[in-house]
Design a protein around this ligand. Structure first.
Ligand code: ZN
Ligand code: ZN
Ligand code: ZN
Length: 354
């Protein structure tokens, strides 16, 4: 905050508040807001009826507001003469508008100016939490590859529900997503698992993850993609998969400290393009991961920022041929001083399930 010239930080709905405190605001209409001055005591303005939910070791005072009070007046009072205020990027707009209506002298900025540099570089403890979450989904993927999760004859939605069940069973507190896309459906990278029945002799893409919470209430995310084939893969599928396999490994290997993020994207994209599939790789290579499933840094053309030791992000190139098939291989990788540290270890080959 000193570096950024911010007098007060305001955090409400979103991941910044639990990242700092272990307590997440209910994403409802009542205001919960941490008022964190650069100097002085932090206060959590919270609905009286939710105050008892704050069971974390508080490094802040609670200011509970009753049902007939206006919490924005309370926050406005606390802001006092502060002139530069950084407010959480995902705070409801009406709270920001309400604060501006009460005092239009203040300058508001995105709290990400303060929070992103903190969140994007993981501490060793955060990396171990991410590793634990990654290993949990690795065990699920290993069962998928071993044919221990029924596919043929099941709908995508049924398999998605089973992956979700296993995500919880493996110690996550929350399922964030479980994409299951069969055959031509896999050509849509964010396909919603539906009532399409999985058949023999087709590719099945599974991309799943959740949030694993520590005793302090702070949760870290997993995110893994593997593809399997329900029978002998066609030559067309195998050829594309070999290219993708090589491209994903090349991007992981490129993820060294100091390397511009876009170069990690380029390393894999060049291989996919050289093989003639460039037009079918329709998204960036990856996203940062931490208390949120998608956060900074983004592994995308145009991001020239060098990777910092402690950055954690996905490396997930894909090939999507509309109407035919799709495939993606995704690992979470940490840029470490010793080199790229892939948190996911489960086999990257195309598992053939008969
Ligand atoms: Zn995605
Ligand atoms: Zn994913
Ligand atoms: Zn991802």
């Amino acid at each position: 905050m000193v570096d950024q010239g911010v007098d007060v930080l305001l955090l409400s709905v979103g991941a910044d508040l639990p990242y700092l405190t272990g307590y997440g605001a209910m994403p409802l209409e009542r205001l919960t807001m941490l008022v964190l001055p650069r100097d002085g005591e932090a206060k959590l303005v919270i609905p009286e009826l939710e105050a008892s939910l704050v069971d974390v070791q508080p490094e802040f005072a609670l200011h509970a507001w009753g049902e007939t009070e206006d919490p924005l007046n309370i926050v406005d009072d606390m802001l006092g003469s502060a002139s530069t205020v950084a407010i959480g990027d995902t705070t409801w707009a009406r709270f920001l508008v309400g604060l501006i209506e009460r005092n239009d002298e203040r300058t508001f900025r995105n709290a990400s100016d303060v929070m992103t540099p903190l969140r994007a570089v993981k501490t060793p403890d955060e990396i171990e939490r991410l590793r634990a979450a990654s290993h949990a989904v690795d065990r699920i993927a290993a069962r998928l590859q071993a044919g221990e999760i029924p596919l043929v004859g099941q709908t995508e939605a049924q398999v998605s529900a089973e992956l979700g069940r296993q995500i919880l069973e493996e110690g996550h507190g929350k399922v964030n997503f479980a994409i299951v896309a069969a055959g031509e459906n896999a050509a849509s990278p964010h396909h919603h698992a539906g009532d399409r029945v999985i058949r023999e002799n087709e590719g099945v893409l599974c991309d799943f993850g959740g949030t694993m919470f520590g005793d302090d209430g702070i949760g870290y995310c997993s995110d893994l993609t593997r593809c399997v084939y329900t029978g002998e893969p066609t030559a067309e599928f195998s050829e594309a998969y070999d290219v993708l396999f090589e491209a994903q490994a090349a991007s992981v290997a490129a993820a060294t400290v100091g390397t511009p993020a876009q170069d990690v994207d380029r390393a894999g994209r060049e291989i996919i393009s050289a093989a003639g599939y460039g037009e079918y790789f329709i998204h960036r290579t990856g996203h940062g991961i931490g208390v949120e499933a998608h956060e900074e840094p983004y592994i995308v053309e145009g991001n020239r920022d060098g990777l910092a030791a402690g950055n954690a992000f996905s490396v997930e190139p894909g090939i999507y041929v509309p109407g035919r098939f799709g495939m993606r291989i995704e690992d979470i990788v940490v840029a470490a001083d010793e080199g790229p540290d892939p948190l996911n270890q489960v086999d990257h080959h195309l598992a053939v399930i008969n």
